[in-house]
Design a protein around this ligand. Structure first.
Ligand code: DX5
Ligand code: ZN
Length: 224
């Protein structure tokens, strides 16, 4: 079993019972709770806002890993931090000043993250890395759960692993999209330290804890 962090994406949970879903994945062994925020503008889907994050906050003491797929992000940073985001991640192309956005997140006391789409070059990280506590590599194009893992992102993970190691800092290297028991070991081998999974956790073959264990490299038992 690896000690990779597992961050279940509640995008694949029952939206009519999100509080229960957060509590259930917490009890099942999640390390983080991944919250996908979409605006129908930066990505072609709409999900949830800060009021829902605030309502979910009491349902788990685990860190909330909030992934903003919104443009602009800056007007909402305060609201998401106030709602209880621990990690707050932005896409660098969601606004003209990603450095300012990351600084604002840090100034508010949350941990800044930067998200790279499959088409985003890794070089965008270099001038921002000192501000980062998390780098999120999208292994699908953002907007929807249940898509297939894009293999070409593995070399990006390897490059980022080397960049992070050069800093000597403990920056989480997370992968999001199409992560399942088949693709997870490849992400870990490439240097990922955290895995987001929606379908594989909430719609996998076993119980929530079996599905989470399977991502860590355990043999998920069949559902009873
Ligand atoms: C996609 C989201 C992902 C999504 C992953 O835009 O950022 O977090 O929930 O879903 P799966 O694990 O089903 O690919
Ligand atoms: Zn996400």
């Amino acid at each position: 079993m690896s000690d990779v962090l597992i961050s279940p994406s509640i995008l694949s949970a029952d939206f009519a019972a999100l509080g229960r879903a957060v509590a259930d994945v917490d009890a099942a062994g999640a390390d983080l709770i991944h919250v996908d925020v979409m605006d129908g503008h930066y990505v072609p889907n709409i999900t949830i806002g800060p009021a829902v994050v605030k309502a979910l906050r009491p349902h788990s003491a685990k860190p909330f890993d909030v992934h903003l797929m919104i443009a602009p992000a800056d007007p909402f940073i305060d609201a998401f931090v106030d709602a209880g985001a621990d990690y707050l991640s932005i896409h660098p192309d969601a606004g003209p000043h990603p450095h300012r956005s990351l600084q604002a997140i840090r100034d508010r006391g949350a941990k800044p993250g930067l998200v790279l789409n499959p088409g985003t070059p890794v070089q965008v990280v270099e001038p921002l890395i000192d501000l980062l506590d998390l780098i999120l590599v999208m292994s699908v194009n953002p907007g929807f759960g249940g898509q297939s893992f894009i293999d070409s992102q593995l070399s990006k993970i390897e490059t980022l692993r080397a960049m992070i190691d050069r800093t000597g800092r403990d920056i989480v290297l997370e992968v999001d999209g199409g992560v399942n028991p088949q693709t997870a070991p490849r992400c870990i081998a490439a240097g990922a330290t955290a895995l987001v999974a929606g379908s594989a956790v909430f719609k996998g073959a076993g119980s929530l804890s079996q599905n989470i264990d399977a991502l860590r490299g355990g043999v998920g038992r069949a559902a009873a």
